[in-house]
Design a protein around this ligand. Structure first.
Ligand code: RB5
Length: 140
């Protein structure tokens, strides 16, 4: 299992703690950037992340920008990507259980590092429930 991360200048700080969490769980991690505070355009990194998943170089993704919305809006333009924004562990659990999100999106400017890590853990530890939720995601 490999998870790729993408963040803009308002999201890149979450890469390191998330990478550590994933590595501690034996999950492969690749940071696709950006790598510093210089201003960048979030779509460039969202498209990179979507391509990594679409091309099979990553199984799942985690993205972060200031609000999470720029990343989510861009990622969800890609067929086969279901990017869900979460800011607490209950939403992170439901975005997997009900929406089978293959990308978790975090709003770095509005979430603590501890809460972001709780979101990642909840999303990883939750299984998609299928059933009526499968019918619904097939209609997207
Ligand atoms: C960058 O200032 C900010 O606009 C971006 O990180 C994100 O919040 C956009 O949706």
């Amino acid at each position: 299992m490999k998870i790729a991360f993408a963040g803009d200048h308002a999201g890149y700080l979450l890469a390191e703690p998330i990478g550590k969490l994933l590595e501690a769980r034996g999950i492969g991690f690749e940071n696709l950037g950006t790598f510093g505070p210089d201003s960048v355009d979030y779509p460039d990194f969202a498209h990179k992340l979507a391509a990594a998943i679409e091309e099979g170089r990553a199984d799942l993704g985690i993205a972060a920008c200031g609000t999470g919305n720029g990343m989510a809006i861009t990622l969800n333009k890609h067929q086969g990507i279901r990017a869900g924004l979460a800011w607490n562990k209950d939403i992170a659990r439901l975005v997997k259980a009900h929406n089978n999100a293959n990308v978790l999106v975090l709003p770095q400017r509005f979430i603590s590092e501890a809460d972001a890590l709780e979101c990642v853990a909840a999303w990883l530890d939750t299984a998609f429930e299928g059933g009526r939720h499968l019918r619904r995601i097939e209609k997207i």
